[in-house]
Design a protein. Structure first.
Length: 370
């Protein structure tokens, strides 16, 4: 459970912890590639009962032939707790939704699904047969949780585009936010001309949605400036991005790094978080950055404009390398702007994305289901 995980799991885990603080009994299931004798590791984390489903130390149980045996063993852990469960809250992975949808009539729980991205529509491009699967099992969902108005707008637009027969009702729009108590404020320090201006993007290197390629091209336009870009993350596009940096001759301006544990101990030393993308759900790294006062520059796409006001609590850019280069250079040469943006972003995040306050909306919505 240590280290950085995806936004969906991070948010669900935080919701679980906030529910536990309110005195509710919460079970959190997760997966790990570690190995245990029984394919499971149990622990208590912040008053949450955590069940981590692992691989088996007896190697043969991990082979395809024995998948049925291992599935039975792992199902035992899940079904044991479902007997006393009122609400299952998960994210829109069709495999997980299908699993719980099939169990609803037997265990009589309510199913709430977090809608945080457009990955399902990306999958329809290569696996159009999934459309029918989504239509069949999404009918079992009792409540949809869109994490932003912008994301809801994008999902409904894509639903029409793919003729997906899902109405996404009922729903509520809300995000748990971040645990402000675990984040340390960043102090802005103006850089001297001989000190590198350090910018960073921390996100998965995926073949869809994330646009580190725009930033690499941007750096080719800033070769003569004392600006360095760190790209933190792993993913399928890693080799492509490395090759792109080599072709554009900016290897000395870009540092590639894998995800790090306790990433905020590292990010606090940067001057600007940059986040280029085609769309977002509600980027956790952006909300965390705003909360600590690390200035954010993001693509001007939905739903970013729902929570970043350009030149006030952050910066927005069209997805054009020339515009990105111009805006980065402007902030570098006018660093006094960063202090104003940092202060405004912290105030915004504390008002809108404090998990200890936002949990009340989840309590209200979940209680209304029972």
């Amino acid at each position: 459970m240590n280290g950085r995980v995806g936004g969906a799991e991070t948010s669900l885990r935080l919701i679980a912890e906030e529910f536990a603080k309110k005195g509710h009994k919460v079970i959190f299931f997760s997966k790990s590639n570690t190995k245990t004798w029984f394919g499971c590791k149990k622990m208590h984390v912040n008053n949450v009962r955590v069940i981590v489903l692992t691989k088996f130390k007896l190697g043969f149980l991990n082979f395809y032939k024995f998948k049925k045996i291992s599935k039975i063993l792992k199902n035992y852990y899940v079904l044991h707790y479902l007997k006393h469960t009122h609400v299952v809250h998960t994210y829109n992975n069709i495999g997980i939704v299908k699993y719980y949808a099939k169990l609803k009539s037997r265990y009589h729980f309510k199913l709430v699904v977090r809608m945080a991205g457009l990955k399902l529509f990306e999958d329809f491009e290569t696996k159009p047969n999934l459309i029918h699967t989504y239509e069949k099992y999404f009918k079992a969902i009792d409540l949809y949780n869109f994490i932003s108005e912008g994301l809801k707008e994008l999902v409904l637009k894509k639903t029409l585009e793919y003729n997906l027969k899902v109405n996404f009702e009922p729903y509520f729009v809300h995000d748990i936010g971040v645990d402000l108590g675990k984040l340390t404020d960043k102090s802005i320090q103006l850089k001297k001309q001989n000190t590198p201006f350090r910018i960073v993007m921390a996100s998965r290197l995926s073949i869809y949605q994330k646009r580190q390629d725009i930033l690499i091209e941007t750096m080719s336009l800033l070769k003569n400036e004392n600006i360095v870009l760190n790209i933190i993350g792993d993913g399928l596009k890693k080799s492509f991005l490395h090759e792109m940096a080599k072709e554009l001759k900016v290897e000395d301006k870009i540092i590639f790094e894998p995800f790090k544990r306790n990433i905020w101990n590292y990010l606090k030393d940067f001057d600007l978080l940059v986040h280029a993308c085609d769309y977002e759900g509600l980027s956790k790294i952006i909300i965390e950055s705003m909360a600590v006062g690390l200035p954010v520059m993001s693509s001007d796409v939905l739903p970013m404009k729902n929570y970043i006001s350009n030149n006030e609590n952050g910066f927005l850019c069209e997805n054009n390398p020339q515009i990105w280069a111009s805006k980065i250079l402007y902030t570098y040469r006018n660093q006094e702007l960063l202090e104003k943006v940092s202060s405004a972003s912290k105030a915004f995040a504390k008002q809108k994305y404090d998990s200890s306050k936002n949990i009340d909306t989840y309590l209200l919505q979940f209680n209304a289901l029972n």
